[in-house]
Design a protein around this ligand. Structure first.
Ligand code: BJW
Ligand code: ZN
Length: 246
């Protein structure tokens, strides 16, 4: 893994001069906090779990208990981890910029805990839950978190589920509209820790580029995004993102 110093200098220049900045993050930004990514070959969650059994309506219908226990285990784990230097640097970047939009695919709350505000959670959030049938928002008690099966909705007896976006589901309309507006109008997009394979979010960097923005990608591995980016900074988010703030 080699970080190109010329690319690092160019990225710092682009960020310093950005008037309308969009940051797009994926699971890699939380990896150094101890949250597993989805697709990393050695450590990704989906090397041991089948995504279609855990992150889809079909999977929930087939085995609601398995899906409930998986998400509740991840939610409990979130209580034991902290934002890392990449999250903290992105919070500092928001304080420095007048026009700043943070779009995250992550369902954790580490950006907020680091100090970012108005974070656009386009794949939802694991810290909230709602009824899978009537959509009513529901607060899960500590006892229900330990349950083998999802609790049932007091209004319609539908199953309660985490408020995350599963495969085949539409992304939250308001967040996506705000994200698309910001992407179409930005002059620089910083992408951190995503494999860039899940749509429609995977299209955002090329959309920004088509609108004339510069794209910077931070990732230890190459991806479709690093291939089209103006600067590819190869390395870990926690090591590279703080170096972008000079
Ligand atoms: C580091 C690092 C370090 C490691 N520092 N980096 C065929 C073609 C096109 C589209 C489709 C298709 N078939 C189906 C679709 C649509 C589908 C899709 O895109 N599928 C693709 C997989 C092919 N998309 C959808 O279904 C979406 N909805 C939709 O399109 O609605 C309209 C529609 C409906 C019906 C039919 C057609 C259209 C919904 C997508 C929802 C995604 N949900 C998940 C689960 C959320 C809940 C949960 O958390 O459990 O979201 S999937 C999972 O992937 C999660 C993530 O947010 C998402 C993206 O993953 P991410 O963040 O990129 O993580 P990884 O693991 O992939 O990558 C980590 C990266 O970090 C790697 O690059 C590492 O190298 C790097 N890294 N350590 C920096 N220290
Ligand atoms: Zn209900």
């Amino acid at each position: 893994m080699k970080l190109d110093n010329q690319q690092l200098k160019q990225a710092i220049f682009l960020l310093q001069n950005a008037k309308r900045l969009v940051v797009l993050t994926g699971a890699g930004v939380s990896a150094e906090s101890g949250i597993q990514t989805f697709r990393d070959a050695q450590s990704g969650m989906w090397t041991t779990f089948d995504p279609m059994k855990l992150a889809s309506q079909e999977g929930f219908a087939e085995n609601p208990g398995l899906v409930w226990r998986w998400y509740m285990a991840r939610l409990k784990m979130l209580g034991n981890v902290q934002p890392n230097p990449a999250h903290l640097a992105l919070a500092q970047l928001q304080r420095q910029k007048t026009y700043f939009t943070l779009i995250t695919q992550n369902v954790d709350d580490l950006h907020e805990r680091a100090g970012n505000s108005a974070v656009l959670h386009v794949h939802g959030s694991i810290v909230s839950t709602h009824c899978n049938e009537c959509g009513k928002i529901y607060a899960v008690s500590p006892a229900e978190m330990e349950d083998e099966q999802p609790p049932l909705c007091p209004s319609c007896a539908g199953k309660i589920r985490p408020s995350v976006v599963w495969f085949g589901e539409i992304l939250p309309e308001k967040e996506m509209r705000t994200a698309l507006d910001a992407v179409r109008n930005c002059d620089c997009m910083l992408v951190v820790g995503t494999s860039g394979v899940v749509y429609p979010v995977a299209e955002l960097p090329s959309m920004a580029r088509r609108s004339g923005a510069a794209v910077i990608d931070v990732n230890p591995e190459r991806s479709p995004i690093s291939e089209m980016a103006d600067c590819f900074l190869q390395g870990k988010a926690g090591e590279i993102v703080p170096r972008l703030l000079v």
